[in-house]
Design a protein around this ligand. Structure first.
Ligand code: CTP
Ligand code: MG
Length: 222
């Protein structure tokens, strides 16, 4: 089954406080985005990798990634994913696709294994983690607690049957945003399986997250 990994790397990284977009910040001796691209490329279940990049980032992307397919992204993450999916469709399609944030640099092969296994029986699959903190509404003062036992934190990569997620994205209203692809899949009736996520997949979002990511490199043989 032809399987394509799409890495979305067209954001600006505003919350990270990084001078350049965070996905090009150095991490363990190479650009952040290069880590997940290498993980996809090294996995035997992934045939091709494409990277969705910002309009003015081609030079940075080439320097970081070398000879990989680059596709221009959009203003929102959803638009960037759609651009990636359309590029897959235009280049002959695929059976399966894995959609991943460049901002989650460390991508364990075991998670890819679990996702691809889940796709044998489901239209989609996502890695999830439990919620450890108490969750509550918080505006002015502390509000009601939200029971957390049935809640999960959803990570990427998110795996889908390509034709299903392609159709789901095309049918999603252009004026409505979505923070991930699984919610777009669900809106189209795709049943999304849950697989075990990983601490390695935590997203680099805020300034302190860079140091946490460096520490993960130091702690593993990544
Ligand atoms: N992304 C993208 N295209 C966009 C926005 C985001 O490809 N228009 C990508 C980012 O590059 C990142 C992933 O989606 O790899 C997750 O988004 P996020 O962590 O929010 O990154 P940014 O949008 O870059 O950061 P911020 O929201 O702080 O500006
Ligand atoms: Mg963002």
């Amino acid at each position: 089954k032809r399987t394509v990994g799409i890495v979305v790397a067209a954001g600006t990284g505003t919350r990270s406080g990084s001078a350049t977009p965070k996905q090009y910040a150095p991490l363990g001796g190479r650009a952040m985005v290069a880590h997940s691209v290498a993980a996809f490329a090294a996995h035997p279940g992934v045939d091709t990798v494409i990277v969705v990049i910002g309009g003015d980032q081609e030079e940075a992307a080439r320097a970081a990634l070398g000879d990989v397919t680059l596709v221009p992204g959009g203003v929102t993450r959803r638009e960037s994913v759609l651009a990636g999916l359309e590029a897959v469709a235009a280049s002959g399609g695929a059976q399966r696709v894995l959609i991943h944030d460049a901002a989650r640099p460390f991508l364990p092969a075991a998670v890819i294994d679990s996702l691809l296994a889940a796709l044998e029986t489901h239209g989609g699959a996502v890695p999830v983690m439990p919620v450890a903190d108490t969750l509550a509404f918080g505006a002015d003062h502390l509000g009601d607690v939200v029971p957390r036992d049935r809640l999960v934190r959803v990570q990427t990569p998110q795996a889908f049957v390509f034709s299903d997620i392609m159709a789901a994205h095309r049918n999603w209203p252009a004026d409505r945003e979505a923070t991930d692809d699984a919610q777009i899949a669900r809106a189209a009736g795709i049943v999304v399986a849950l697989v075990e996520g990983s601490l390695m997949l935590e997203k680099v979002t805020y300034p302190d997250d860079f140091a946490a990511a460096e520490a993960k490199i130091a702690a593993s043989s990544h």
